[in-house]
Ligand binder design. Structure first.
Ligand SMILES: [Zn+2]
Length: 138
């Protein structure tokens, strides 16, 4: 029996395994077969840091139909330690607690369910690295 693709990808997602281009040194997550910066196929896999900071964020109130039941939810552009940027949902915090520069860490969390097939999808989300009430919002 073959596991669904989404389940087979969990270890890769949990390790934040992306790629670095051998041609232009651009790093990205999730991995692709072609560098989105220069088009090269000369890539090597790389596990990125699970920690970073929020560069920008928004609160999704009108998502696609797949995610309507989960709205509203925050999505952020996160800069990982080392400089790679990823776009992910934020979790374990209220929208009004989020701020630019907030330190975050990656966790594997339920993303959505497929009701008919009964498949639960998991994905990396980011949560505040420390309780936000201890941070000075600037
Ligand atoms: Zn490249």
């Amino acid at each position: 029996m073959r596991l669904p693709k989404v389940w087979r990808e969990i270890p890769q997602k949990y390790r934040l395994e992306g790629a670095i281009c051998k041609n232009c040194n651009f790093s990205f997550f999730p991995p692709r077969t072609v560098c989105p910066n220069c088009g090269s196929r000369e890539l090597h896999s790389q596990s990125f840091s699970h920690r970073g900071k929020v560069l920008s964020y928004t609160n999704i109130k009108k998502p696609s139909s797949d995610f309507e039941t989960y709205a509203p939810y925050p999505v952020a552009l996160v800069e990982l330690l080392g400089g790679t940027n990823v776009i992910c949902q934020l979790t374990d915090c209220d929208a009004d607690e989020i701020f630019i520069g907030m330190p975050v860490e990656a966790v594997l969390r339920r993303l959505k369910e497929d009701g008919e097939a009964g498949i639960v999808y998991y994905a990396i989300k980011f949560r505040p690295l420390i309780r936000t009430e201890f941070l000075t919002k600037k």
